[in-house]
Design a protein. Structure first.
Ligand code: ADP
Length: 502
């Protein structure tokens, strides 16, 4: 911890440090579909040693019920008004790894999937938003700040300030963290008005309206006291038309309140020296034997030839356009026909990509393995057993997969965008610097050339050794980011901080 920061904490009486409630649709290890869940799980753990009490409120999804029901304490229940309906919302409490998590229970809204899609998902999270706001005064915790995450919780500041005059909800400070601006929660205004009783005077281009829809993310940006996103580069990108998905102007208007704080990973969960999912343990000082065993075990599990010297290039990802699947589909044949390598994919998403990739696995039997689905253990085995992780993203707010990969000595090959730009330092053989590889334009040929360069480096053991050590020794723990969040929280409680709409 830097001395200057230690002084700041010491100056604050411990009881003056902000209390923070994180509101989120998912929270690892309870529920997770991607990076958002990882961050919501890791941030409170990293904040606690700094004296910032942080709790989480999240839906009581069935996947949580199945595993943790016996450890959950029932606190109380309320009835939440949602349009003409009067819906039960149970409030349960669970302590996981020392972090208190409040769970909003509703068999009706959180019975099956975390995200139901379409209007059903809108309903799920309108319910959650209302339940959070109505339950707040009854909780055994009075937060100074609520940190909302993405559109699923971004209506919280808007409703707090427009529908709870004089209540504690109105007085709390709100931070909106944007994990991915491509998902904004756009619905017909009549739907939103019906469910949340929104006054039509807010359905304007300054607040809620965007291209004839009510946009939840926009309302959050307009009403939060501060806005953060998950990497410095993405904080700049989302102010531009190319990356902002129509919210660039409002974000530029709020530029003074917008910051980018790089995500980190939970280095206990992702630790090749202790990981229970992998075939052998290893560290940056002694990785060769352990990583070789993990590679063999991965090849065996996936039915690939167990060849030590054939490089494995992997992907662990949602299968969407964002993640660069158009480039993969265009370039994979040429790569596999020219190079002797193995390609491993674990993911799920758009059916057009799933089908196309399954076809590649058939066509390049023995060279390509495709697993459709979500499998935490296999993901760890892939990071540990692979040589390279490919992330040719069209855009990437932060990206956690490349950070996890580096921790396991699996070198990232990325497109220079967002958090990938902020975390992957391209290899420079002259200086021995770098922890991965990068290409600039969203273009299949550039990606292909980059992969060929990477495979040349693979045949140079000294270069590979330096790269693997650089990657494994890089510090991507959440501690660094936690310090930046504490500074941001403290600034929010200073009187002059608020630049939000009234
Ligand atoms: P995003 O949040 O955009 O999906 P990130 O790189 O930020 O991407 O985070 C992805 C996280 O989800 C990583 O922890 C990655 O290992 C995990 N993940 C993605 N797809 C799968 C999958 N199919 N099975 C297991 N873990 C996955």
């Amino acid at each position: 911890m830097k001395r200057e920061f230690r002084t700041l904490l010491a100056e604050k009486n411990r009881k003056d440090l902000p209390k923070v409630l994180l509101a989120a649709s998912e929270c690892a290890p309870l529920s997770k579909t991607g990076g958002l869940g990882d961050v919501v799980g890791a941030l409170p753990k990293a904040l606690q040693p700094l004296g910032v009490e942080t709790r989480v409120i999240t839906p009581y999804h069935r996947c949580i019920k199945e595993k943790y029901a016996s450890q959950v304490e029932h606190l109380f229940y309320i009835y939440v008004d949602l349009g003409w309906r009067h819906e039960y919302a149970g409030l349960e409490k669970l302590v996981v790894d020392g972090v208190t998590v409040y769970l909003v229970d509703s068999e009706f809204f959180f019975g099956d999937s975390i995200y139901r899609g379409g209007l059903a998902e809108g309903e799920q999270y309108c319910f959650f938003t209302r339940a959070v706001l109505d339950a707040l005064p009854l909780l055994d915790f009075a937060p100074d700040i609520i940190q909302c995450n993405d559109w699923h919780t971004s209506m919280i500041p808007f409703l707090a300030r427009t529908q709870y005059p004089g209540g504690m909800q109105e007085k709390i400070k709100y931070l909106l963290t944007i994990h991915n601006i491509a998902f904004q929660g756009r619905f017909d205004f009549s739907f939103v008005q019906d469910l949340l009783g929104v006054d039509p005077k807010y359905y304007t281009p300054e607040v809620l309206e965007l291209y004839g829809c009510a946009d939840f993310m926009k309302a959050g940006i307009a009403f939060a006291d501060k806005i953060s996103t998950v990497s410095p580069t993405y904080a700049e990108e989302i102010k531009t038309p190319e990356y902002s998905d129509c919210l660039g102007q409002i974000l530029s208007d709020r530029s003074a309140d917008l910051s980018g704080i790089l995500n980190g990973i939970d280095t206990e969960v992702f630790n090749p020296a202790k990981d229970q999912h992998i075939a052998a343990h290893y560290t940056s000082r002694s990785y060769a034997t352990g990583k070789a065993k993990c590679k063999r075990a991965l090849q065996k599990r996936l039915g690939l030839p167990q060849k030590k010297d054939v490089p494995i290039i992997s992907m662990v990802t949602r299968m969407t356009e964002q993640k660069g699947f158009d480039l993969i589909l265009e370039a994979l044949d040429s790569i596999l026909e020219r190079e002797n390598c193995q390609f491993v994919l674990l993911g799920s998403g758009d059916s057009r990509y799933e089908t196309a990739m399954l076809y590649k696995a058939l066509r390049y039997y023995g060279h390509v393995s495709v697993t459709i689905g979500y499998d935490d253990a296999l993901s760890h085995q892939i990071y540990a057993g692979s040589d390279f992780l490919l992330m040719p993203s069209r855009f990437e707010p932060c990206g956690l997969s490349q950070l996890i990969a580096m921790r396991y000595g699996c070198l990232p090959i990325v497109r220079v965008t967002g958090g990938l730009k902020d975390t992957v330092i391209p290899w420079q053989c002259e200086t021995g610097e770098g922890n991965g590889f990068a290409f600039r334009d969203y273009n299949a040929q550039e990606m292909e050339e980059c992969v060929y360069d990477v495979l040349d480096v693979y045949s140079d053991p000294a270069a590979m050794d330096k790269l693997v050590r650089n990657a494994m020794e890089a510090d991507f723990s959440f501690e660094r980011s936690a310090e930046k969040y504490v500074r941001l929280y403290i600034s929010m409680l200073e009187k002059k901080a608020s630049g939000r709409k009234k």
